[in-house]
Write a protein that binds this ligand. Sequence first.
Ligand code: C5P
Length: 234
Amino acid sequence: MSKFLALIPAAGSGSRMGNDVPKQYLPLSGKPMIYHTINTLCRNPSIADVLIVLAPRDSEWDKYDWSEFSGKLRVFKCGGDTRAASVLNGLTAAQHALGISPEDWILVHDAARPCLSRSQLDKLIDELADDAVGGLLAVPVADTLKRSNQENRVACTEPREHLWQAQTPQMFRYGLLAQALQNAANTQITDDASAVEAIGLRPKLVASDSYNFKVTYPNDLALAELILQQRNSQ
Ligand code: C5P
């Protein structure tokens, strides 16, 4: 039986937030942002282990008590210069520590998507568990898309048919993902699916919704706070 493991790359600095503290640790609903991400993944009964990849010089993680998740949480301080390098380093470290099989599923989820819901996670696992390639949560593009020139004037309007916004988790088998990320080293990929696409495969898009957005700019924190508050009051 293949296992399901989650991996959270959390070695970024979050410079677009304009804050000294890396964004995964910014306060959100009384906890550091990454707590909510870890909570959702650890509470999913299908997921056996949750791997956290921190920057080698991370000085925030140890300020918090993570003992409620100690049954599933495995922490590796081996983040790299890019998200892809952090994921690959984490996979390699976890393979040595835990002995992952090439057929085991890895769900890579950004620390900065704290509003992932239980139902979205279940849907992803259900739709992909028998898939030959794997895939990702994504949302069909709703807005009209403009491409700009150097002066920020509209160069053209892009047709939005068949365009999706990629989210995470992105779910691939360990052997395939590690190989794809190794092949993509020194490229500019910003997600795991791009590495899999680059070896000629077609990841499946699993329809999600905009609640699972990535906290990137300061205003995003207030929105995430509202979503979590509303969910906790239900
Ligand atoms: O910067 P961005 O929002 O695209 O980062 C997405 C995720 O990748 C975040 O969880 C961030 O901490 C992580 N990351 C990482 N190592 C890096 C850069 C980003 O683990 N070098």
